[in-house]
Ligand binder design. Structure first.
Ligand SMILES: NC(=O)c1ccc[n+]([C@@H]2O[C@H](COP(=O)([O-])OP(=O)(O)OC[C@H]3O[C@@H](n4cnc5c(N)ncnc54)[C@H](OP(=O)(O)O)[C@@H]3O)[C@@H](O)[C@H]2O)c1
Length: 316
């Protein structure tokens, strides 16, 4: 079994080292919600994840302009699952909403859309360059004190920004639980920019977003294939030449997967868990949710990890 990250998320948040990203839930223009898949499919993805023991769902107030949070709220009310879901959402620190009051009222609106009385993990979506943004840490401490939020995190923070946030929260006796950053075999910058080391040093969970490189690591794209979802919008910019660079990595994922009776996606996610991080692959339907959950409960060998490491050094 992979390292348990329940302690990383601290206190009463018990989760498997894998979650589900809900950006695509309710986001039409970018992801094709309402055309290629819809409300029923994402509800099924939620329930299938819960049935597989994957209980952490990551959303944000800006996903689908509140639609993702509202959908999660509806699914929570519908039920049809056992266990307790753990909901993570995010605050967007735009320049005109850096006051503590802005964050506190944003928490209230997220609580309303989600239909819950407490948000399990509340994250600052991205860092703001404005010095007064540090006051948001004080506001985070405040919402924890008020019991509206259980744990707090940041996202897209560099190592130094993360340390500063950690220290400011610590001055209130609040722990920084997580930093959510892009991390996959095709984006290993966290290993060289100090973020992964800082997370390990400070015992902060690195939540890995876009962990299957928005579908590229699933092996479903190759020269001539028709991209789906977000890849249809941006895939052309990614280009055939880059697809050819990804192909050898997918090939290794396939070979390793065969030895474990696993799919490339599951191998790519398992590699991230082996790095001590918590990946949150997006899932649009039950099939994707179940397949992603198959990354749990087994481990790559050291040789296999080394093979993947060597094949993707160029993405560090
Ligand atoms: N904090 C931030 O700034 C930030 C930024 C980005 C994402 N995130 C979070 O991270 C989550 C995941 O990132 P992401 O959605 O960008 O990328 P991702 O998880 O790497 O890719 C998700 C997409 O891959 C496809 N997919 C998923 N599972 C699959 C499977 N088993 N087989 C085949 N295709 C599969 C689906 O799209 P198709 O079916 O269309 O291919 C899915 O929407 C988001 O939902 C969000 O919660 C956070």
């Amino acid at each position: 079994m992979q390292r348990e990250v329940t302690e990383g998320l601290a206190g009463d948040l018990k989760v498997a080292p894998l979650g589900v990203g809900a950006w695509a839930w309710g986001t039409s223009r970018l992801w094709g919600y309402g055309q290629e898949y819809g409300r029923r499919e994402v509800g099924d993805a939620f329930r299938a994840s819960m049935a597989e023991g994957v209980t952490l769902f990551d959303t944000a107030e800006i996903y689908g302009n509140g639609a993702s949070e509202r959908i999660i709220g509806e699914v929570l009310r519908e039920g049809g699952f056992d266990g307790t879901p753990v909901i993570a959402t995010k605050f967007a620190p735009l320049p005109y909403r850096l006051s503590p009051r802005s964050l506190i009222s944003a928490v209230d609106r997220s609580l309303e859309r989600l239909g819950v009385s407490t948000i399990d993990l509340y994250q600052i979506h991205f860092p703001s360059p404005l010095p007064r943004a540090m006051g948001l840490m004080d506001a985070l401490a405040e919402v924890v004190r008020e019991g509206k939020v259980r744990q707090v995190g940041v996202s897209n923070y560099g190592a130094e920004q993360m340390r500063r946030a950690h220290d400011r929260l610590a001055s209130h006796g609040v722990r920084l639980a997580s930093n959510q950053v892009r991390y996959s075999l095709l984006d290993r910058a966290s290993e060289t920019n100090g973020v992964l080391d800082a997370c390990r040093d400070l015992d902060i969970t690195l939540i890995a977003y876009s962990p299957i490189a928005q579908g590229l690591l699933t092996g479903k794209y190759g020269p001539g294939t028709k991209p789906s979802g977000i890849m249809r919008r941006f895939g052309r910019a990614f280009g055939e030449q880059n697809l050819r660079k990804v192909e050898p990595v997918v090939q290794i994922l396939r070979e390793i997967g065969e030895a474990h009776a696993k799919e490339p996606t599951q191998v790519a996610l398992n590699w991230l868990m082996g790095q001590g991080t918590l990946p949150i692959p997006g899932a649009k339907n039950e099939r994707q949710a179940r397949q992603n959950a198959g990354a749990l409960g087994w481990s790559l060998s050291e040789d296999e990890k080394e093979k993947l490491d060597l094949a993707t050094l160029g993405w560090r």
